[in-house]
Design a protein around this ligand. Structure first.
Ligand SMILES: CC(C)(COP(=O)(O)OP(=O)(O)OC[C@H]1O[C@@H](n2cnc3c(N)ncnc32)[C@H](O)[C@@H]1OP(=O)(O)O)[C@@H](O)C(=O)NCCC(=O)NCCS
Length: 162
């Protein structure tokens, strides 16, 4: 029903509009955006989902960051158009995009979000991983993409320009 593809520069403003719709235009004031300014998202993992008419239904982006000195993926934003929510598309976007990450040598992924949603994909609260303030530490969640991917990884989350 939905066609997934890597986001291209032609998708950019349409995806921005979807994020504005889902999060509100003040979304860029969130502390996590400080890790995104001036950084290019990881195009091979950032996906758009379109329906059979080509209408954008959902999108997910990933950014490179450092946790201490260790590289990690920052997942987000992810959004599904309000008229398409609850059909499994959010889950599809997360699972499909993460499937390609280990082949690109990513060992771990983190996000700031609702644990009750993300725990179904294996995300767990991270301790010792400090996002830019103000961030509720309980919302900082991580997933290992390889065995023990988060063991011993702590520190501040900072920009990584690849
Ligand atoms: C969060 C979002 C991406 C999920 O996409 P989706 O396609 O609706 O999700 P799915 O269909 O895969 O999953 C739906 C399930 O997730 C649950 N869910 C959705 N958002 C949730 C949340 N924030 N917390 C807990 N559960 C949530 C639904 O209740 C539903 O539960 P069920 O399977 O028990 O019925 C989408 O709701 C969205 O874009 N929301 C607005 C933007 C947003 O909040 N993004 C995430 C930032 S943390």
């Amino acid at each position: 029903m939905f066609h997934l593809s890597c986001e291209t520069s032609e998708d950019w403003w349409e995806v921005e509009a979807l994020y504005d719709l889902c999060f509100g235009p003040s979304r860029e004031a969130l502390s996590s955006y400080r890790l995104r300014y001036g950084v290019t998202p990881i195009t091979l993992l950032s996906l758009v989902a379109r329906d059979q008419d080509g209408i954008l239904a959902g999108a997910i982006r990933y950014w490179p960051v450092l946790v201490g000195a260790a590289p990690a993926l920052l997942l987000g934003p992810i959004a599904v158009h309000p008229t398409r929510q609850g059909e499994g598309l959010g889950g599809l976007l997360i699972r499909e995009s993460l499937q390609g990450a280990p082949a690109q040598d990513w060992d771990r992924v983190l996000l700031v979000g609702d644990a009750p949603y993300y725990c179904r994909f294996g995300f767990e609260p991270l301790s010792g991983v400090v996002m830019p303030a103000p961030t509720n530490p309980k919302r900082v969640l991580g997933l290992s993409l390889v065995a023990n991917g988060w063991i011993g990884i702590t520190g501040s989350v900072t920009n990584l320009r690849l």
